[in-house]
Design a protein around this ligand. Structure first.
Ligand SMILES: Cc1cc2nc3c(=O)[nH]c(=O)nc-3n(C[C@H](O)[C@H](O)[C@H](O)COP(=O)(O)OP(=O)(O)OC[C@H]3O[C@@H](n4cnc5c(N)ncnc54)[C@H](O)[C@@H]3O)c2cc1C
Length: 663
């Protein structure tokens, strides 16, 4: 494999030179493709969320012929539309000490020192361009009274660098991106294929040269060839069944590429978001996020005494009845410098801890308060409504409780996946020609993503990075050499059709969702907020039985031809089952705690000097840099086989590895 260096480790193709100049120097020296030749190259982009939509529009504007695919009926419905709170950028409009370096540092530290320095620095540099680009597109970011763009704070930062459009930033950014895409569709540069699902990647002579898709309306299976393939297919949080992700989010495109040879990096790094509406019952299929931006003005607390908490759980007391001195604002107590804006991994674990101690306040015991009483007193209800009105309305609609009057109840839930297909600095996977953008790749966020950084990364990848890095691959290729007549396409199509026929033929008794839920509960329990060697081994024993049950007893009504949503779901869940195994292997291998990956065997205790010196606290995540300072990149080795681990060592030349503290 080209990307494996002579020392047996992965080569990330990081350009030489000082960190602060790598991207500039790269752009000055990178190969270019002249305008006449660009028109000869074709590019497949799978995904039209912020990452894929931005890439498709920009590459088409540059002159490439683009084919863009999504499974929704319109690019406007990509999951990116759900993003609420905002997008980070190192503009320092607030004059509060922000800089590219600080955004870079916060991101590396927030990711618990498990991300690649060069990529993160580039992301911080490009962040400022994204805001200019989006403003030029007409994205209605919130503004101060005087007309300047407004900012708020997100977790893991002590500056205000988050640009936002009320609680619907993703929607507004996606409208901007969609307009750019529509313009190119109209012009003929992009051919859009909505309601079309990629079911396989096609390799010709080891290079990614096409995909096999199913038309979700007619059921027709067909192939598309191009000079390269870009996946921007989003995250896989729905492996847990319950998550804040859109119901359609899945791992299929990335997993099928993995089966064709693409390495899957850090699959166990999942972000559990601290502020979601708690689970309310067994028949729930979706969880709802309450944006992290609410932590700017909401204070998180539980009663100090488990007895008081129990009365609240039983409905004998309400949060408002608890006097000030009987409240434990545990984040402010434990992390005075960051308080309620401690990063997500830390805030989520703290919520679990207080609930495990019996202080949870929702009827299930798994809930804490997010209280706006003090800020409403300080700023007035109107100011709070202007900042978060749509979020408050959504909360009241779902729970029936008015958050202007009563504290919200929240609990951590699966939200984002830092893992994804391994990519180098050029965003190319180890499979030549296969590039991966946005949440679908592993890059930039290490073991924990900071809030408002996913939109930043997706748009950086799509608008600014891939247009500059794609020529590194394409300049060595002759355009149009591969067509769907190649035998590899016939073979891949055959495999896809056989799999569909196999699914339809099962004719079992259990609905797809039923098996998905069983898988999700297991993965949440054993590979969720806390993981242990014992639990992970248990999950690895149980997953094959779930797979067996699926392939023998799943019930998929209807036919393969025409629209069949159960069939669509079944294909995705089949991949989730295999993928869950990969996650557990990764989590088991990583015998340390870092970011969203908390191994109960590896936490600080009172014996540790870092705790005795007051730098960190008991129960905090304990990294083991000497053994685990690497990106794990897993290679598919065959059905049911243990995947093979490749490593990309992480070298920190500009940032000192340290115990993460937000005290
Ligand atoms: C509720 C919520 C709120 C959030 N708020 C914020 C926030 O405030 N700030 C922030 O920075 N981040 C936020 N995030 C995270 C952020 O929204 C996502 O990480 C980001 O939008 C992902 O963008 P993407 O383009 O990578 O993928 P997506 O938007 O998920 O797009 C994936 C695309 O791939 C297509 N696709 C997938 N598989 C296939 C296939 N097999 N065949 C064809 N097409 C396929 C889909 O149709 C879609 O077009 C939030 C996430 C959630 C769940």
């Amino acid at each position: 494999m080209e990307t494996i260096g002579s020392n047996g480790t992965l080569d990330a193709a990081i350009p030489p030179g000082p960190l602060t100049e790598k991207w500039t120097q790269f752009k000055s020296r990178a190969p270019l493709i002249n305008p006449a030749n660009k028109r000869k190259f074709s590019v497949i982009v799978v995904g039209s969320g912020l990452a894929g939509g931005a890439a498709a529009a920009t590459l088409s504007e540059l002159g490439y012929q683009v084919k863009c695919f999504c499974y929704q009926d319109s690019p406007r419905r990509a999951h990116s539309i759900a993003a609420q709170g905002g997008i980070n950028a190192a503009k320092n409009y607030q004059n509060d000490g922000d800089s590219v370096w600080r955004l870079f540092y916060d991101t590396v530290k927030g990711g618990d020192f498990r991300s690649r320095e060069a990529n993160v620095y580039r992301l911080a540099e490009v962040s400022a361009n994204i805001i200019d680009q989006c403003v030029a597109q007409g994205v209605p970011f919130a503004r101060e009274y005087g007309g300047l763009l407004a900012n708020r704070s997100f977790g893991g930062a002590q500056v205000s660098r988050t640009f936002y459009a009320a609680g619907q930033t993703g929607q507004q950014l996606l409208i901007g991106c969609y307009q750019a895409l529509e313009k190119e569709i109209q012009k003929g540069g992009v051919t859009m294929y909505p309601r079309t699902e990629m079911l396989d990647l096609v390799l010709v002579d080891g290079h990614a040269k096409g995909i096999v898709v199913r038309d979700l309306q007619t059921g027709e299976v067909s192939s598309h060839a191009a000079d390269c393939v870009i996946l921007a297919t989003g995250g896989y949080g729905n492996v847990f069944y319950l998550s804040t992700n859109a119901m359609g989010c899945n791992v299929m495109a990335a997993y099928r590429a993995h089966k064709r040879g693409a390495f899957f990096a850090n699959p166990c790094y999942t972000q559990i978001h601290p502020t979601c509406i708690p689970v309310s019952g067994d028949y729930q299929s979706k969880l709802t996020l309450m944006s992290e931006s609410l932590r700017n003005d909401g204070r998180i607390w539980v009663p100090k005494s488990p007895e008081t908490a129990e009365k609240i759980r039983k409905g004998e007391l309400s949060g408002n009845d608890v006097p000030e001195d009987e409240r434990d604002y545990y984040l402010e107590r434990k992390y005075p410098s960051f308080g309620n804006l401690a990063p997500r991994d830390i805030s989520s674990r703290s919520a679990k801890e207080v609930c495990d101690e019996g202080c949870g306040v929702s009827s299930t015991g798994l809930g804490v308060f997010l209280d706006f009483r003090d800020s409403i007193e300080r700023l007035g209800e109107d100011a709070i409504r202007a900042r978060y009105g749509n979020l408050f309305q959504m909360y009241e609609k779902i729970t029936g409780s008015n958050p202007y009057k009563n504290p919200m109840m929240i609990y951590p839930a699966v939200h984002y996946t830092m893992g994804g297909l391994w990519v180098d600095y050029n965003l190319m996977s180890n499979v030549p020609g296969l590039h991966v953008l946005g949440e679908a790749n592993f890059s930039d966020h290490g073991a924990n993503r900071l809030g408002a950084s996913a939109l930043m990364q997706g748009l950086a990848d799509g608008y600014f990075v891939i247009p500059a890095t794609l020529p590194v691959y394409l300049s060595k290729e002759t355009p149009g050499t591969v067509t769907t007549d190649a035998p590899e396409f016939r073979a891949a199509e055959e495999e896809v059709k056989n799999r569909i026929d196999q699914l339809i033929a099962i004719g079992g008794n259990r609905p797809v969702d039923h098996i998905h839920r069983e898988l999700g509960l297991l993965v949440w329990d054993k590979c969720g907020m806390a993981r242990s060697e014992e639990g992970l081994k248990e999950a690895l024993e149980k997953i094959p039985a779930i797979r067996e049950e699926f392939w023998n007893n799943v019930r998929i009504p209807g036919r393969a031809s025409g629209m069949n949503m159960e069939l669509e779901k079944a294909g995705r869940v089949a991949d989730f089952i295999d993928f869950a195994e990969l996650m557990c292997h990764d989590a088991l291998d990583r015998a340390e705690s870092c970011g969203g990956h908390f191994r109960v065997e590896h936490q600080y205790t009172g014996e540790d000097p870092e705790v005795q010196s007051g730098h960190t606290g008991e129960g905090e995540a304990k990294r083991r840099d000497d053994e685990f300072c690497y990106v794990s990149a897993w290679e598919y080795t065959g059905p049911g086989e243990r995947p093979a681990l490749q490593k990309e060592p992480l070298e920190y030349e500009n940032v000192e590895l340290s115990v993460r503290s937000y005290k």
